[in-house]
Each structure stands twice: as structure tokens, then as C-alpha cells.
Design a protein around this ligand. Sequence first.
Ligand SMILES: Nc1ncnc2c1ncn2[C@@H]1O[C@H](COP(=O)(O)OP(=O)(O)OP(=O)(O)O)[C@@H](O)[C@H]1O
Ligand SMILES: [Mg+2]
Length: 671
Amino acid sequence: MLFNRLINKRYNSLNTKKIVLGIDLGTTNSLASHIPKSLDNTQTPIILNTTKTPSIVGFAKKGNDLSDIPSPSDDKHIFELLKTNLNVFIGEKAQNQYRLNPENTFKAMKRIIGTFNDNDEIFESYKNQYSNNVAINNSIYFNLFNSNLKVNAEIIAGFILSDIKSKALKEIGVENGAVDAVITVPAYFNNLQRKATLNAANLANINCLRIINEPTAAALSFGVMKQNNDGVYAVYDLGGGTFDISILELDGAVFEVRGTAGDLKLGGEDLDYLIRDYALDKFLSNNNNINREDVLKNNSFMNELLNHCEKLKIELSTTSSSQINIPFAFKNVLGDFVHFKVEVQESEIDKLAEPLVKKTIKIFKKCLKDANIDKQSLQQILLVGGMTRMPYIRKQIIKNFISEDNSENDTDNKLNFKINPDDSVCLGASIQAGLLTGEIKDVLLLDVNPLTLGMETYGGLMSPMLKKNCNVPIEYKEQFTTGIDNQQIVKINIYQGESKLCRDNVKLGEFVLSGIPQLPKGVPKIEVSFKLDSNGILNVTAKELLTNLECNLELITTAPIENNSKQSSSNVDSNDLAWVFENLGLWQLSFKELDLMYRKYADSIHFSETISNEFNELKSKFDQWNIMKNDSSKDAEMVDYFVKKGGMNVLKNRINKLQTDLMSELKGKKV
Ligand SMILES: Nc1ncnc2c1ncn2[C@@H]1O[C@H](COP(=O)(O)OP(=O)(O)OP(=O)(O)O)[C@@H](O)[C@H]1O
Ligand SMILES: [Mg+2]
């Protein structure tokens, strides 16, 4: 096959000494696999058992002074500073110190990787645990030990990946080798979340060959190709944090994803929280003398109870009744220790799980409908993710998708859980790596775009460009023109999601197209091409067709609104502070547009000294304000200047004037 030959040619030239891993970076657990060199050429991936790691990272002071650590400039720098200045605990070691150090121990961070939406409910729960948080450059950082040290979800993932990498090298028996990897993500991850995962690999010095969707990887590992059973398969993947469903079709050697859907906020952890609320209610109803508010405030106990609830949930998938039993749980008002003991039946957990499971069934049905497939045509449903061990979930899948009147034998054939649900995604990642390196041949894998990509048009409407479920890689071209004479800049807002209204979708960013030749309005023909690569990541380029000139394209992501919970050292009104940060972000965006234009012509046009000076001065002011934004001791000064002394108006006037001056100097000049 041509496609395979091309891929193989490209990757056969890779340094063969490199170790290639398949990595499942999970919300709860992460692990790696690889294809060992075999004499009989079988190329079967194996799990590297020592890499199995709970996805948890904790930090503790080493004893050195943290007060003079400089404010780090980027994630790589932060990563290095954390390694040198703190003790970093990863996996089980982090889990062991969790009860003592919950505010510096980070788990389930995959749920917020690549997002900065501090309004969502998941983020709310993190906010309660890690009070010092601040949004910078589209990411949410959590401050550590009142110092300049901070972490975000990408950095946490970076630590987990670097731990997996070193354990994998050790298990394979290679010291310090370079590592390539295929890393899995939920099929429903958007562009920003995929990019954040790539960044995490970069922090861990792992060269990511490909990002692959988890259900697709799982399907590869079930070896459906080897069974030579052409047909349609569904992968139901319910893990710790996310739910994914994919419909795949095997036709000869072509393995094509027909549709995918999911919910990034639906997983085992959600059930753990429901069980915790339930168990607490049950306990309090028999212990009237204990104050609920006091218990809720006890972070350390609430975390411990959550862990016990998860254990209970796991036990109840093999027994019908179990207990949560925590002696010396906390002290009551009299100062005596309380023994927390609650008995729970499997049926009670099933009841709690019901709404969550119903949601997954609904998404599954919709996905089948979108892919135009009826449930009777499903060859098999493959079960993936730790939660699918729950008997209630299996029963619901059988009830809804494999008719109850099927014989037991038929049901067994249709529901496939033959591979350990914890391992299948990871094994599939190695198979994908094998396809890329040429170790595994004769399969063509066609994956799809999980979410519609589109741009904003008049009235905030979303105009779709790359539709959900189209095969990737893919390219889409669109022509733009200008709305005013001599317009040199066009802004394009890109969104991802299924709503007709942009505001209900995720904004990926704002592309600023500059360098458009000066022509009357409507004349320029700017062709913008949107390419979605095999990782599901968007690349955008633009060209003016009359002049054949490439246009500059810069991605300016929206300025995040600073989190009000940012702890300020002074008595600053947090609303004022949020207003300052928001407006400052907006004016910086306008300034950046002007600056793009200025730089473009600075070589060919002699701008007046007034203009050049004003650009330089404003630029250094923004640099200074950006540093101040990250330093809470400057909050009062920022609010005083921008709100009380009217600094925001001054800034606004300066930028407006700069725009008028720049336009008037550009007018009539030949470039
Ligand atoms: N026997 C069991 N019964 C019920 N739930 C279980 C069982 N074993 C594990 N789980 C749950 O499965 C979840 C972990 O599954 P898994 O390891 O597949 O998730 P993950 O890959 O880390 O997460 P994700 O795929 O969402 O990123 C946890 O919520 C765990 O409590
Ligand atoms: Mg998983």
C-alpha cells in the first residue's frame, strides 16, 4: 500500500537505537508498553509493568530558601526549577504523602490540561483544594509554598512522563537512551488539550511521534485485524476521568474510524465523589451530634474518605456488600476521635451510578446515529477502562445494545473484555508506533476529527470548516477579502465544537492575518488553508492569490481572565483586579496588531521618531505590566494606577492615537 510505504520510508530512517514506547497518560493511572525485539518476527507489544504509575505528583520542601527564586519565564524553566529546588514525588510515593500534604499534591490533572476555563465545575473542585491559583497564558497555575514556584497540568504530566520514561528504559535495560513515543489522548480532546499533551512530552524530553485517540488505540490492541473479521466495532472506554466512544470499521486491511464522541467530564472519579456524599450523609444520619460543616471543612479527612470510596467501589464490583471503615477519622466537638463506619450494598452504588451510566448510553446511541449504524450491525463492543469492570455497567450495555433475548453465548461473543481493560489503550499505542516505524505492516488506520472546527462569522455564528468525523489528515481552504480600502489586517476567530453559536464552543484562538497588499476593498483574495494533521492538531497558513504573497499569520490566543481567587498580599478588591487584567489583555491585543503592522513596514518606510519611540515605550510598559501581573505584591499598585488614577483610559488613548498616527504615515506611501 502506498500510504504504508510512505510512512515506512519516513520512519525506517529513524535511529534504530532509539527506544519507542506506547504511553497511556491516564487521568488516574499511566503506563507504557513497547515491542520487544523478537527472533520469530511476531511484533507483539508488551506492557512494561514497572511503569504502571498512579497519575499523581507531590512536592515537598527540601529545606532551602525559596524566597529568592526568580519568576520563571516558561514551563521548561519552571520544570527545571522544581526539580532542583523541591523534592518531587511521583506515583505511589506521591500517593503515600497525600494525606499529609494535600495542597501540594496534584492528581487527576488531565481533567484540566490545556484549559483555562475557571468557571467550570471541575476546576471549582481544584480551586478548593489548591487555593493559590492564577491563569497565565491560557493555563492555570497553582502556586507552591508562597514562592515563585508554580505548576500547571502540563508540568504535572511532564513529571509523570519523565518518570515513566526512566522506568521504561530501566526495564528494557537501556541507560539514558533517547525515547520516541506514541501518546494516547481521549478522542474528544480538543486542539488545545492535544497541544498541551505534546508540550508535556517535550518537558519530559520525549519525542512524540504521534498522538492517538484512546479508543482507536484500544481497538488496535484487541487484534480485530488479526481475527480477519470484517465488520463494525464499538469501543466503550470509561476511565477515571473521561468517557470515550468510538465506532470503527474493519474492511480488509483498512481500519477506519466511523465516528467518535465522548464526555471529558465523565469518569470514575465523578462516581467516587457521589459515593462520598452518600456515605457521609448515611454516617451523619446515625450520628446527629456531629456537625456536617466541620466535617466538610476537614480537607484531609475528606480526601481520605474519597480514597476509601474508590476502594469500596472497586470491591463492590466483586462482592455485593462492603464497608468504609476509618478509625480515628477526626475529632468531634468534645475532642474525642470519631470512628467512621458505613456499610454499603452494591445496589446502592448502582443507584448512584445510574445517571452517569445513562449519560454514557445516550452518547453511545448518538454516536451510532451520527455514524449511520444500527446497533444490530455491531460485530462486537470492546470494553476499555477500569470502570467497565463494574457489573452494573456491563448489564446496561447488554440491555441497551445487545438485545436481552440473545443467547448467553451470543452475548459473550458480542461483549469483548478479553484484554485487561487497564492495558488495552497502552498496547494499542505501541501498535500505532509499530505502524509508524514499519515494524508492523499491512494495516491502514484512518482516524477522524472528533470536533467540528469553524470560524466566527457575523453575529457570533459558527461557520464550520472541518466537520466532526471527517477523516484526518485533511485540509480546508477558504477565501477571504477585505472590508475597507487598503486594509492590511484581517482577524479570524477559530472555534471548536458542535454549537451554532461560537460562544458555546471552545475558542482555539484568534489568527491575525497581516501583510495584505494595499488594495481597494473586496479586491484582495486571501486564501487561508486549515490543515488538521494526524495528531488532530490544526495548522493554518495564508496566501494572497493576486500577488502570490504569503501572509503573516500569528495566533493570538485570548487573554485569560485572571482568577479572582488569586491571593493578594494587600487589600485589593478582586473585582477591580480582574477588571484590570482583563482590559490590559484586550489592549495588549490591539497593541500587538499595530505592532505587527509597524514591524512589517519598518524596513521600507521611515516612520517618524514619535511613532518609533511610542512603540518602544509601550512595548516595554506591557512587558513590565506582564511581570507585575504575576507578582501578587504588585496588585495594589496595578489597581491604584489603572483604576484610581485612570491609567486604563490613558492607555486606551495612547493606543488609539498610535493607530491614527500610524495610518496617516502609511497613507500615500509606496511600499
Ligand atoms: N474493579 C473496578 N470496579 C469499578 N471501578 C474500577 C475498578 N477498577 C478500577 N476502577 C476505576 O476505574 C478508573 C480508572 O480507570 P483507568 O485506569 O482506565 O482510567 P485512566 O486511564 O487513568 O483514566 P482516563 O482514561 O479517563 O484518562 C478509576 O475511577 C477506578 O476507580
Ligand atoms: Mg484511560
